[in-house]
Structures are given as C-alpha cells and as structure tokens.
Design a protein. Sequence first.
Length: 92
Amino acid sequence: MQRRSLTQWLNEYSETHQHPTNKWIHFICVPAILFCTLGLLWQLPTPNFMQAISITNWALPLIVVSLVFLLLLIHCLDPWHGRYRRCLRLGL
C-alpha cells in the first residue's frame, strides 16, 4: 500500500466536505469542541511554576498553538483572494 501525500489527503478532505450540512456541522461543532477542551484544561490544577503568573494555566499552550496554526492557515489559504498558496511543500 502506497502512502498518500499531504496534498492527496487535503484534496480528498476537500472533496468530501462540500455538502452544506457538513459545512454547518463543522462551523458549529469545531468551535464548540475547542471551547469545551479549553474549559476542561482551564479547570486542571496548575503546578507551582505556573502559579507565578496568575493568567497562566494548562489552556494557555492550547490557545497559543491554536492561534499560530490559525494564522498559518489563513496565510496559506488566503481567503480574501479565494486561493491557497503553496504552503504544503513547507509542511504548513
């Protein structure tokens, strides 16, 4: 069995996610999953090294990683011009 490239995976994902119902489900559920995960991580006890800064907790790393990923994704997809850039070759 031959391994698929990232481009092949994304092309298949794009083909299978064109139905309007699927788009609405993702539009509603993906943010809900993220906020629930953040809420659960926020409730975990923090170790002493994290308590030095009162805003720091286990949700903060997820927030930072999510924002970096979103910024990279927006840069690669370029939604304002309706095209995507060739970020796939960089692994982004």
